[in-house]
Design a protein around this ligand. Structure first.
Ligand code: PMP
Length: 294
């Protein structure tokens, strides 16, 4: 992925993709002192850019550092890197990390660096998406909020995500459903999950994992359609009761779920309605998106 044409925004400058290299003694690499975002641009507009930038800044603060760029500068970096790469429909990846100025658990002397890259990435699940994805069950659980900074989009939280996803892939699934530390249904390794029961949406309370921007958007879209949304603790034993299920995320967008372990699900009206409402919303201007969220 490092050997290709294009530009990456790094600490205020656009540099050629191949030259965006880091020192091996970077603190972020050794101790996961890094936070990131995943954003999508549709037709040249970055969907919910302010919300992503705010979450990036807040994730850094949760890890105890201040990103040395303002919200406006970070927004502009995202816009500039898209333009430099001549892309209108793309995935964007801002990342902030502690540098190589000091290497020990204590990292008071490190500088905070920021980069933004972007590339074409149609959907997390590719062609499998239309039929619905198949989820295996992870052995790892989402940690307790006093065990890890679960409200941050922090690099370190993805270690168990990658391990869980690899196990699910080895078993022939597309992704893994992770339970919470206390045994409730949590989320997928890079997306939140919703279920349909008697015309209502049920979704896990995000009390130890990311309350996704797509998740919040889908809740608004459902309410606008008069669909009741129940945020609650969901037990794994309840999964057979649900008819439809889908996952939400910037990379995953709204993707129906076909299978969880041995259980089968059939996407139907509610999944399809919300999916098409989401697809229409992301194509609107940022002003229109704001208006609808108000
Ligand atoms: N959970 C995890 C672990 C994720 O990585 C993501 C993707 N950022 C989400 C949920 C969904 O978040 P969002 O809708 O803000 O992309």
């Amino acid at each position: 992925f490092d050997d290709r044409d294009g530009f990456i925004w790094w600490d205020g400058k656009l540099i050629p993709w191949r030259e965006a290299k880091l020192h091996v003694l970077s603190h972020g690499l050794h101790y996961a002192s890094a936070v990131f975002e995943g954003e999508r641009s549709y037709g040249g507009n970055i969907f919910k850019l302010d919300a992503h930038t705010d979450r990036l800044i807040e994730s850094g603060r949760i890890l105890g550092f201040e990103i040395p760029f303002t919200r406006e500068q970070i927004n502009q970096a995202c816009v500039d890197v898209l333009k430099a790469n001549n892309l209108t429909d793309a995935y964007l990846r801002p990342l902030a990390w502690r540098g190589a100025e000091q290497l020990s658990v204590s990292a008071q002397q490190t500088k905070i660096h920021l980069m933004v890259a972007c590339w074409e990435w149609p959907n997390l699940f590719g062609a499998d998406r239309m039929k619905g994805v198949r989820l295996g069950l992870a052995d790892w659980r989402r940690p307790h909020p006093q065990t890890a900074p679960t409200a941050a989009k922090a690099a370190g939280l993805y270690m168990i995500g990658t391990m869980s996803k690899h196990k699910a892939e080895a078993e022939g699934f597309n992704d893994a459903l992770m339970y919470t530390w206390d045994g409730f249904v949590g989320e997928v390794t890079g997306a939140n999950i919703f279920f349909v029961l008697d015309g209502k949406l049920h979704t896990p309370k995000p009390d130890c994992f990311l309350d996704g921007i797509t998740r919040k958007t889908v809740i608004q879209l459902a309410k606008a359609r008069g669909i009741e949304v129940v945020e609650r603790h969901i037990l794994p034993e309840e999964l057979p009761n649900f008819g439809e299920a889908f996952v939400t995320g910037t990379a995953a967008e709204i993707t129906p779920v076909r299978q969880i372990g041995e259980l089968h699900f059939e996407p139907s009206t509610i999944t399809e309605t919300l999916k098409s409402d989401y697809e229409a919303l992301v194509l609107m201007s940022p002003e229109e998106v704001e208006k609808r969220a108000a």
